[in-house]
Design a protein around this ligand. Structure first.
Ligand SMILES: NC(=O)c1ccc[n+]([C@@H]2O[C@H](COP(=O)([O-])OP(=O)(O)OC[C@H]3O[C@@H](n4cnc5c(N)ncnc54)[C@H](O)[C@@H]3O)[C@@H](O)[C@H]2O)c1
Length: 162
């Protein structure tokens, strides 16, 4: 299959790209290196089927005959999304919309990486609780950047489900 991995030169993406290449897929790794680095995928350069493209999901994406897209591009650590609130909000809204537009356009399957943060403070009490896809959510104040990440990831889920 021809597979696009957005954020493919990040922590999870680089391991995913390697696993997909090992399975003989053709992999296009798209990354703007906001939180990832070229070094993460340096070992894949020269491997058959692997290509690294510098690009930003906040811009409309070039169409290609992808069979599947893994959308991982997003600041992910608390330090990163606290330091980059505007980037986080725009990547997890406009960026996801561009990825969805591409997936619909080329009829590709799509995986969107969300986060357990979308459940909000449900888990903060310290008591074990079972979370399912339809568990109610409890968000904190808009003055706290953690919730901007959580809410923008939830928006991605709403967009994907729509
Ligand atoms: N690591 C975790 O524990 C965890 C937990 C839950 C969800 N996730 C989600 O998994 C995904 C990957 O997380 P990670 O830990 O590998 O993070 P990471 O920061 O290592 O990787 C994210 C990658 O996305 C790239 N990126 C960021 N903005 C981009 C943009 N506008 N255009 C193109 N590329 C862009 C970064 O440069 C980086 O390489 C994220 O969406 C994150 O929210 C991660």
């Amino acid at each position: 299959m021809k597979i696009l991995v957005t954020g493919g030169s990040g922590f999870i993406g680089s391991h995913l790209c390697e696993a997909l290449i090992d399975l003989d897929h053709e992999v296009v790794c798209l990354d703007n290196f906001l939180t990832g680095s070229r070094e993460n995928t340096a070992h894949l350069r020269g491997r058959a089927g692997f290509s690294l493209v510098e690009g930003d999901v906040r811009e409309p994406l070039e169409s290609a005959a992808y069979d599947f897209i893994f959308h991982l591009a997003s600041p992910a650590s608390p330090a990163d999304y606290a330091a980059m609130p505007v980037e986080t909000l725009m990547i997890n809204s406009m960026g996801c919309k561009h990825v969805l537009d591409l997936a619909v356009d080329v009829k590709a399957g799509l995986f969107i990486s969300s986060t357990s943060e979308v459940y909000g403070k449900v888990m903060d009490g310290g008591n074990p609780c079972f979370l399912s896809e339809d568990t109610d959510r409890l968000m904190g104040s808009t003055s706290k950047r953690r919730w901007a990440y959580a809410c923008s990831k939830a928006l991605d889920e709403f967009l994907g489900l729509a």
